[in-house]
Design a protein around this ligand. Sequence first.
Ligand code: SF4
Length: 354
Amino acid sequence: MTLLVDDYIAARADVKAYLDSALLDAMNASSRESELYDEVKNKLLASGARLIAHYYVDPDIQRLAEETGGIVSDSLEMARFGAEDPASKLIVAGVSFMGETAKILSPEKRVFMPTLEATCSLDIGCPDQAFQQFCDSHPDRTVVVYANTSAAVKARADWVVTSSIAVDIVDALAARGESLIWAPDRYLGRYIQKQTGADMLLWDSACVVHEEFRLHDLDALMAIHPDAGLLVHPESPDEMIERADAVGSTTQLIEAAARLPHSSFIVATDRGIFYKMQQQVPDKLLLEAPTRGAGGTCQSCAHCPWMAMNRLSGINRILDFWDPACEILIDAELGRQALKPLTRMLEFKLTGTV
Ligand code: SF4
């Protein structure tokens, strides 16, 4: 069963308006940004702060994290690293829910992001009030939400999961006989449902990047590269998932590129992943999976517009004066509520049991 809500439709319109304006400018990163690299690196090393970067951000920022003792990873590992690293200041390069998660897990630390405007269509598509009403109308169901949600939505949940651990946790909950609410990504929800057979009521939201991957155009690309393997993130449409040689989180796709025998891959996720994936498979050819692209209505074209808002200049500004406008602040009680389902996920990662 799928839920359609007016709020979600309105949010999608907001997303499009947002993308049509300021965000497209942010995607055209200036070449001057790279010139800041050494300056930012020296300041970061001197500051004692730790940079935590997602696979989808600019390669310069990923390299900066690698070269300064930080991490480049998926959202689960970002959360774990941020909680365990002793640095008292964290700079999170990603989107807002990642910075919020770091703050919830480590309320005593100061957490900054290059811009607090970097959000996520899944977060926007799951407004907390509407979601709470939905949960309240199904009180017997266990509430499982994707990490790509606001702190308020997490606070209403029993479990938070990332794409790398979602199937395992839902499988364990289903084995206990629990019926679930899942939010917000409907493609990922359907994928988990098929993998586990769980009874799941799905919220209806989607990632603006992954839902643009097209089977028709994929066929044309595969005609040119018939031996290429297909790597697909489970936020993508069902027909892409069904054709994939490997389906998984960003980390799992990088591992699959190294494990599978193919010498080339078509990759259906944000092209930011190519930086780390190519490190793992330097001799393999990596190709972007097609979207509707230029001339179509695609606004993302395999690169998240919000991830693209993370710039070296933003990190430089944080390091210059720890700009309060870039600091993540979360109400203490809300943070305590959201911490419970996040802690369950991290404990499951260690123990494998729910
Ligand atoms: S790629 Fe999709 S799911 Fe990830 S942050 Fe961007 S909009 Fe959200």
